[in-house]
Design a protein around this ligand. Structure first.
Ligand code: BT5
Length: 264
C-alpha cells in the first residue's frame, strides 16, 4: 500500500451497514490484529477496521510469521458476533469467500480457496486470514479478523524461501491497484456475507466457499500440531473441520492443520 491511504474517498464511497464505518490507518504497526485486539478491549465498536502500510510483526496461525512489506493490504476488523465460541470459525470462511469473490468477480482472477484460511492463485498463496477471538464467561466478547492480501508487491518483496509458493495481485494482473478501492470492495462483500450468515445460516456460505476449492476429492497431506496424515480430502464439515479419508478407510476429522500435495 502507498504510505498513505485515501480514507476520505473510502468513507465517502463505502456502502456497508457497519463494516469500516470507523477506519484507522497507520504507516507502521506490529500487527493490525494486535492493534485491533487492543482497541476491542477498550470497547471499540463492531465494524471498526484498522489498516497498516507495513507490519513489523505480522503473524499467521500458530505464531507463524506473516511477511508484510509496503505494497500489501494488511487490515483487521473487529466484530462482536452473536455466535458460540465453537461457531466463530465460520467467520474465517465468510472472509475467505468474500476475498475469493472480489478477486474473481471484480479482478477476474482464477482464485482458489484452500482449507482452512488461504486463498491461492495457480497454487500460490495470495491471501491469508487470521481469526482470533476473546471470550468472557464462555461467551464471545469480540472477534478480530485479520486479512493479508499481497497487493502491489513484486516477487522480490518475498524472502527467497517463500518465492515459489507466493504471488501477488501485481504479479497476476501486471498492474498496480488502488488500495482504497480493493479495501472498499472487500468490506462491502464481507458486509453482505455477514448479513447472509445471520439471515440464512452457514450452509450456503460454506457451499459457496467449496465452489472455489480444488483440493476436495483429491489426495492431500495434512500437517497438524498433533500429527501428520495423508488421505483423500472428502469434505469440509459444517463445523469447519476437514474430513480426511485415510488409506485404511478411517475418516479423520481435523480441526487445525495445513494441507499440501502429498510428497509421494
Ligand atoms: C495465515 O497464517 O495465512 C494468516 C495470515 C494473516 C495475515 C494478516 S495481515 C493483517 C493481520 N495482522 C496480522 O498480524 N495477521 C493478519 P498461516 O496459515 O499460519 O500461514 C502462515 C504462512 O504463510 C507462513 O508460515 C509462510 O509460509 C506463509 N507466508 C508468510 N507471509 C506470506 C505472504 N505475505 N504471502 C503468502 N504467504 C506468506
Amino acid at each position: 500500500m502507498a504510505a498513505k491511504m485515501k480514507l476520505n474517498w473510502l468513507q465517502d464511497n463505502l456502502r456497508t451497514k457497519y463494516l469500516g464505518r470507523s477506519i484507522l490507518f497507520s504507516r507502521k504497526v506490529n500487527s493490525t490484529n494486535d492493534w485491533a485486539k487492543k482497541l476491542a478491549r477498550y470497547g471499540a465498536q463492531a465494524g471498526t477496521t484498522v489498516v497498516a502500510a507495513t507490519q513489523t510483526k505480522g503473524h499467521g496461525r500458530l505464531g507463524r510469521e506473516w511477511i508484510s512489506p509496503a505494497g500489501g493490504l494488511w487490515f483487521s476488523i473487529i466484530l462482536r458476533p452473536k455466535l458460540l465460541p465453537s461457531e466463530v470459525v465460520r467467520l474465517t470462511f465468510v472472509a475467505g469467500l468474500a476475498v475469493a469473490k472480489v478477486l474473481d468477480k471484480v479482478l477476474g482472477l482464477d482464485v482458489e480457496t484452500k482449507w482452512p484460511n488461504d486463498l491461492l492463485i495457480k497454487g500460490r498463496k495470495i491471501c491469508g486470514i487470521l481469526t482470533e477471538m476473546n471470550t468472557k464467561d464462555e461467551n464471545v466478547n469480540f472477534v478480530v479478523i485479520g486479512i493479508g492480501v499481497n497487493m502491489n508487491l513484486d516477487a522480490n518483496a518475498f524472502p527467497r524461501k517463500l518465492r515459489q509458493q507466493t504471488t501477488s495481485l501485481e504479479i497476476e494482473l501486471g498492474r498496480r491497484i488502488r488500495s482504497e478501492e480493493l479495501l472498499k470492495n472487500l468490506l462491502q462483500e464481507m458486509d453482505t456475507l455477514f448479513e447472509h450468515l445471520k439471515e440464512e445460516g452457514f450452509d450456503s456460505i460454506l457451499g459457496a466457499w467449496k465452489q472455489y476449492t480444488r483440493f476436495l476429492g483429491h489426495r492431500v497431506e495434512v500437517t497438524s500440531p498433533a500429527n501428520h496424515s495423508t488421505g483423500v480430502a472428502l469434505d469440509v464439515d459444517c463445523d469447519g473441520s476437514l474430513l480426511l479419508k485415510l488409506d485404511d478407510g478411517e475418516i479423520r476429522r481435523i480441526t487445525v492443520g495445513d494441507i499440501s500435495s502429498p510428497t509421494r
